[in-house]
Design a protein around this ligand. Sequence first.
Ligand SMILES: *Cc1c(COP(=O)(O)O)cnc(C)c1O
Length: 368
Amino acid sequence: MAGSDGAIPPARPVIGQAEIDAAVRVLRSGMVVQGPEVAAFESEFGELVGGRHCVAVNSGTSALQLTLMALGFGPGDEVIVPSFSFAATANAVRLVGATPVFADIEADTFCLDPDAVAAAITPRTVAVMPVHLYGHPAAMDRLVPLAQAHGLAIVEDAAQAHGAALGDTPVGAFGVAGCFSFYPTKNMHSLEGGMISTADEGLARTLRLLRNQGMEQRYQNEIVGANMRMTDVSAAIGRVQLGQLAEWTQRRRDNAAHLDARLTGVRPPAVATGARHVYHQYTVRVPGDRAAAQAVLADRGVGSAVYYPTPIHRLRPFLAADRTVGEWKLPETDRAAGEVLSLPVYPGLTTAELDRIADAVNDAAVSA
Ligand SMILES: *Cc1c(COP(=O)(O)O)cnc(C)c1O
């Protein structure tokens, strides 16, 4: 048990007694894959996405890949994505053989800039994949009508944004589908896991077939499919965590408000009008020497992390696939990659720890 002066890690995944009990209960039951726990998890998660159909899979990346597959996207199709995201966003596009087209982000929210998306549309564009980065909803109020006007599908990458919303609409309820991740560091987890939300019953059925070898009835294969099933152990853990999500999200938001009020050396994260930010990350900009600032923080026992130091279009697998780095014009993406710093904001932080984080950041910003 860390004392009050122990180091504060950047993230602290929860695997408590309730999670362990749930896992043991499933293991003893013998029904361990795609069974009653998965069905219950899907139905309960639906409440978070306006009652949409939910399909559980084995990861957030699988959720994205399976959705693009179910929509029939492949070679020759372009999908507009942010480059300022985790590589999974663009990997999913490439895994189905389609081409990621990178659009720049807004400086304040770090999410896709609708003007940049509009400029990136070509006759080959089939979809836009906004990422609700750090738990802040992308500008869906502008992206949805833009996509509609051009006949494009919207697939939301909501891997970091369980419970975020814009206006009255939760993320995962804007696009043809929303994709969530339950990796241990996300706002809730199932060890590994993912969920797809959709209002389209036909799409939901196709997703269910595709995750299970193309079968609804065993050995009556209807289409070619993958194995992206969720285990019941994961679903049972996910259900425990889902039950905590509202309280944990409130804690994250309270922690963010506390940091907002205490920070003087850096500007607090922006929140767009009408946005409900769920603070998967609490991310500020350090325009000076970020590494030096991180060293000062580490010295004071405050963990910090950079999400993401290299934009996707500069990662090796994406170099020169279609355009050279110089041909991409993503100035806000490059600037963000050089400046962002994420501070601890997870639910388990104490007030004393939050004050320590703020004091250290205020001092570090001066020396950066
Ligand atoms: C975590 C994450 C994913 C992938 O989820 P996994 O469950 O790790 O496969 C996709 N997109 C974003 C933005 C993420 O943060």
